[in-house]
Design a protein around this ligand. Structure first.
Ligand SMILES: [Zn+2]
Ligand SMILES: [Zn+2]
Length: 227
């Protein structure tokens, strides 16, 4: 997934991503790597670790960290086990999702998914950056789907990892603990739409999209009273 043509400031020649749908929720676990350095991050290892291990092996990349966009089970349930196995740190989400990460084992029992509670090595907040090799991702705190959801944006490569904040043609559900519909729309409107129409994004479920496509067609952003 290479970015658009406006690459004046680009220091990273290329970024690669492999999407690995995991768990019964078909969550898009993403292996993201910097081609120049061969360093990678596993984003949202919700489960099915065998499939994630296969993707890592196929990529030939060296995983240097795990990143969590938020604390829901389909995104975070495998994080503790994978951290132990790979000996890497977990970065994210925002600390407001700590209550979800602490409850993962109970959630796992409820959904029939193997899950362990996890405490990240680094909480993320607005204005932080996360690196993957030479790639620099800016952190946006985007509450609403969960209180601690974060979005990661590469301004140089013109793409974002948005978790369950926004999808192609939809937005994250807000009926789970800590969900807030108004906050979600505000996060999208105030933080994501201004990033620019050309920004492509990988979301937590379903196909990729762009900010422009969603700005123009997403029914949750077009409804009266939302914007
Ligand atoms: Zn979620
Ligand atoms: Zn999800």
């Amino acid at each position: 997934m290479s970015g658009a043509d406006s690459r004046k400031d680009l220091r990273v020649p290329n970024v690669r991503a492999a999407i690995i749908p995991v768990t019964p929720f078909q969550q898009n676990c993403t292996l993201l790597w910097c081609e120049k350095t061969g360093k990678a991050a596993v984003i949202d290892p919700g489960g099915d670790l065998d499939r994630i291990r296969d993707a890592i092996a196929q990529s030939g990349a060296a995983v240097e960290k795990i990143i969590l966009t938020h604390g829901h089970i389909d995104h975070a349930a495998g994080a503790a086990e994978l951290r132990e196995e790979l000996g890497v740190a977990i970065e994210g989400p925002h600390q407001a999702d700590d209550f979800l990460l602490k409850r993962l084992a109970e959630q796992g029992q409820a959904y029939g998914i193997p899950a362990r509670p996890v405490t990240p090595d680094r909480w993320l907040n607005e204005g932080h950056t996360v690196t993957v090799g030479d790639l620099v991702l800016d952190v946006l705190h985007c509450p609403g789907h969960s209180p601690g959801s974060v979005v990661l944006v590469s301004k140089a490569e013109r793409f974002a990892i948005v978790g369950d904040v926004i999808f192609q043609g939809s937005v994250g559900r807000v009926d789970l603990p800590g969900g807030d519909g108004k906050a979600l729309i505000r996060s999208i409107k105030d933080k994501l739409l201004p990033l620019g129409d050309d920004i492509a994004f990988i979301c937590g479920h379903g196909p990729m999209s762009t900010i422009g496509q969603e700005r123009q067609t997403n029914p949750f952003l077009l409804g009266e009273g939302l914007l």
